[in-house]
Write a protein that binds this ligand. Structure first.
Ligand code: BJW
Length: 241
C-alpha cells in the first residue's frame, strides 16, 4: 500500500484499440506492413500527393465511426474516476491513438499527443473543428472559406507531437508509469519510460508482445489488453500495488 499521493501517468498505443477492430501499425498485417508511412504519414507526402493521403485518412475515419471501447478503455476510465474521487494523486492518460475510444469510455484527463482523427485543421488559418466528413482538396475551410488548407488533425513523422510541455511536467512528478499496447518504436513517446524512471517511478508494460524498450520496465505483463488491463486495474484499486 502506498503512503501519500501517488501520481499516475498512463501511455496508450494502437494495441489498446486492436480488440475494438482498429488496426495496429507494426505487427503482421498492420497498417505500416500494407502501406508505406513515408507516402502517407509525413507532411512531404501530403504536399506531394494530397489525394492519396486524404483517401487513407478518409477510409480510416469511416472505419472509426461505429467503433466502440473495449474493457481495457473502460478499465482506465474507472481507474481515473476512482483515483481522482478518492484524492489518491494526479492522473494523466496520454494516448498516441487518434481514435476517440478513451473519450467514449469516459476518460477525462486525456491528452492526444498524435492528434485526433475526428478533428480537421486548416493549415491556412489554423481553424480546428470537430469533423466526421471526408476531407477533399476542394472542400473550403468553415473558418476562412479558402480551399486547399484542410488536413486531418494528426501528427505525422517529422512534426512535433502535441502537449509535450504538459507531458514532461507530469513525467517529472510521476510515481507510476504504465505503457499499454505500444511497441516503443516511435519517439518521443518511446522515451517516456526513461523519463519516468529518472523521476523514481515504478514502470509497467502491458502489451501483447514485448516492445522495443521492454527491458527498461520494472514489470511486464503480456496478454490481450481487454484482459490484462482490467486485471491490473482491479489489482491496483484493491491492493494498491
Ligand atoms: C496489443 C494488442 C492487444 C497488439 N492487446 N496489446 C531515429 C531515432 C529516434 C527518433 C527518430 C529517428 N528518426 C526519426 C525519428 C523521429 C520519429 C520517430 O520516432 N521515428 C521512428 C520510426 C524511429 N518521430 C517523430 O517524427 C515524431 N516527432 C518528433 O520526433 O518531433 C521532433 C520533436 C520531438 C520532441 C520535441 C521537439 C521535436 C512524430 C511521430 C508521429 C507518429 N505518427 C504516427 C501516425 C499518426 C497518425 C495516424 O494514426 O496515422 O503515430 S506513426 C504511428 O506510430 C502512430 C502511432 O501513434 C505510433 C506508435 O505506434 P504504436 O501505438 O506503438 O503501435 P504499434 O503498431 O507500433 O504497436 C502496437 C503494440 O500493441 C505492440 O506492442 C503489440 O504487442 C501491442 N498489441 N494487439 C495489447 N490486443
Amino acid at each position: 500500500m502506498s503512503i501519500g499521493p501517488e501520481n499516475i501517468l498512463i501511455l496508450t498505443g494502437a494495441g489498446i484499440s486492436a480488440e475494438s477492430g482498429l488496426g495496429t501499425f507494426r505487427e503482421k498485417g498492420g497498417l505500416w506492413e500494407r502501406f508505406d508511412p513515408q507516402e502517407l504519414a509525413t507532411p512531404e507526402a501530403f504536399k506531394r500527393d494530397p489525394d492519396k493521403v486524404l483517401d487513407f485518412y478518409n477510409a480510416r475515419r469511416k472505419n472509426l465511426i461505429g467503433a466502440t471501447p473495449n474493457p481495457a478503455h473502460r478499465a482506465l476510465a474507472e481507474l481515473e474516476l476512482a483515483w481522482i474521487m478518492a484524492g489518491r494523486g494526479d492522473f494523466l492518460l496520454v494516448t498516441q491513438n487518434i481514435d476517440d475510444l478513451h473519450e467514449q469510455a469516459g476518460s477525462a484527463q486525456l491528452l492526444h499527443m498524435h492528434g485526433e482523427l475526428l478533428k480537421t485543421r486548416c493549415q491556412l488559418c489554423g481553424h480546428l473543428f470537430a469533423d466526421t466528413e471526408d476531407i477533399t482538396p476542394g472542400r473550403p475551410c468553415p473558418g476562412c472559406g479558402k480551399v486547399g488548407g484542410l488536413r486531418p488533425h494528426v501528427v505525422w513523422f517529422g512534426e512535433v507531437p502535441l502537449g509535450l510541455d504538459q507531458i514532461y511536467a507530469a513525467l517529472e512528478q510521476v510515481d507510476l508509469f504504465v505503457a499499454v499496447g505500444t511497441s516503443g518504436t516511435v519517439y518521443p513517446a518511446a522515451g517516456f519510460v526513461q523519463e519516468a524512471k529518472a523521476a523514481g517511478a515504478w514502470t509497467i508494460e502491458l502489451t501483447l508482445e514485448p516492445g522495443e524498450v521492454s527491458d527498461l520496465f520494472d514489470e511486464r505483463i503480456h496478454g490481450p489488453a481487454s484482459a490484462v488491463v482490467p486485471d491490473w486495474v482491479r489489482r491496483k484499486l484493491e491492493t494498491g500495488s
